[in-house]
Design a protein around this ligand. Structure first.
Ligand code: SF4
Length: 220
């Protein structure tokens, strides 16, 4: 809920949830260390999560507007073709996992977002907490970040804009690496495709056009 909507709720004298659905329709919450067991016990399915990696652009649900995040976020996906949280039941206007909903949802009060804002950057869940004990996967995530991290991609995009020699090819190498890594992990481990966005973040082939305005054309 952004500042204007918060003011509207305050002006309406709202002091409790009236199940308008606004919070849930704006997208799923980021997870925190408090939510770790929900994922490890699969009460929240890992396939319903994705990672927004460091320096990726995201919409700030609390204050509105796009921000470049300083630390990675593990977040609940949106339902297909909407921004609404995948666990939001639009017909019932209710959370389908209400009893076990993540901590951000438990503290959110649209008429007073003080608690939600205080929690926002505290103890966020990371891939290290989820996969750090699986050595081969933690190594792959680290290598992927070295080659495909958004700070590097951002530098390459800027070099491409300045028409520096080799920038386009190096950028494309990163995109190809991102594609191949996902394919290889799937083939060799049988990991579900739906898990890839949690393990390696969203594919560069999707985020580079959106973040940097660079059109990518697949040739093979
Ligand atoms: S987990 Fe539940 S309460 Fe939280 S955003 Fe999703 S539907 Fe809403």
């Amino acid at each position: 809920m952004n500042t204007k909507e918060k003011q509207t709720a305050e002006q309406a004298g709202q002091t409790r949830c009236i199940r308008c659905g606004t919070c849930c329709e704006k997208g799923g919450p980021a997870l925190h260390e408090d939510d770790l067991d929900l994922v490890l016990n699969k009460r929240i399915s890992p396939e319903n999560l994705y990672t927004i990696r460091r320096a990726e652009l995201v919409y700030d649900n609390v204050n509105g507007g796009l921000i470049k995040i300083g630390r990675e976020i593990v977040k609940i996906r949106s339902a297909e073709n909407t921004r609404a949280c995948i666990y939001y039941d639009d017909r019932q206007k209710a959370c389908s996992i209400y009893e076990i909903r993540p901590i951000e949802c438990r503290v959110m009060a649209c008429w007073d977002t003080t608690a939600a804002e205080a929690l926002y950057n505290v103890n966020r869940l990371t891939r290290q907490s989820l996969f750090g004990s699986v050595d081969w996967l933690a190594d792959l995530i680290r290598t992927h970040e070295e080659k495909c991290g958004y700070e590097r991609i951002s530098e390459l995009a800027e070099k491409r804009r300045r028409k520096e020699a080799g920038a386009v090819e190096t950028l494309l190498e990163a995109v190809r690496y991102d594609v191949e890594l996902r394919r290889t992990v799937q083939e060799k481990t049988g990991m579900e495709e739906d898990l890839m966005d949690l393990v390696f973040g969203r594919p560069l082939s999707q985020t580079i056009p959106a973040q940097f305005g660079i059109k990518l054309v697949r040739t093979t």
